[in-house]
Design a protein around this ligand. Sequence first.
Ligand code: GLA
Length: 342
Amino acid sequence: MNKKAVLPRSFRVVAPGRVNLIGDHTDYMGGLAFPMAINLATTITGIRSGPKIELHSDQIPGELQISLPVTEPQLVRPSWGRYVAGVAAELGSTEGFVGKVSSTLPHGSGLSSSAALEVATALALGDTGPPLEVALRCQAAEQAATGVPCGIMDQLAIISAQAGHGMLIDFASQSVTALPIPEAAQFWVIHSGEGRQLVGSPYVERRVQAESAAAVLGPLPQADLSSINALSDQALRHRARHVQTECTRVSEFAAALLHSDLEQCGELMLESHASLRDDYEVSTDALNSLVEKLRTTSGVYGARLTGAGFGGCVVALADPEVTLEGWRVMPSNGARMEWLEA
Ligand code: GLA
């Protein structure tokens, strides 16, 4: 990383949230996913301040005050500040800023508000590294701040997104391919009414189960279904089947989207939801009824839970004429720094 980058005295950093169109619980297993950055974002405006970070949020009470360098980000209060502190610790920052953080992203909804805050902080602290390196540092920061072994999808999507495109990510090679979203494809994000957060959720247990299956079968995205179906442990068999079939669906979705075959995209989203519900067991009654309602709504091609599950949001693919009760999301640019004063 270029830790000696020339930084503006005052700045604004905008980091979008992301919606994952298809491919959940595949990133930490070396699989495929297809997220898209959205037009809901977290913004930090700040002024350089010497060896400290001071931030207040327009959404959550409690001023964040951190002395740099940070050594124990997991102890920082208020707790949202742990993401900020985690990034500062990863970067070994000794120069910080005073400012405010505002967001149009709903917290705890599966739209990656925490990853947006991490990436915004990294850019605010002068991280000018290649997108993959910034994403790896932010992922490490989140893991240190929360103790949850999250994958890299959210941070990588947020830093490398391109307006008008979704990002096909292969986590085995950590490569990102931007694919255009056809104008006829309108995505909506609809909240289930249930909040969710990774801390304290069965995310870790799911990951451990998928890894146990991979210890027997080898990389799950390439495992053959007959070997998966021969696993005697039912939970491991189901987790492995989800990862394997979900990766196939991501490839098929990318191909269908390129051909503007929205019927097929919607079908694959519904199959993905069923697999997350039945095989990975990360859905909830509220998410299931929402997907079911959308499935029978005229002009909707398909819908699925998005992100980790356990509550949060559903993503739906609909005809542009249709209006749903949620956020009409547009494929947006990745995180960026704007200089306000040199
Ligand atoms: C969360 C994690 C990601 C990914 C998704 C599930 O958003 O942060 O790394 O594992 O869940 O696809």
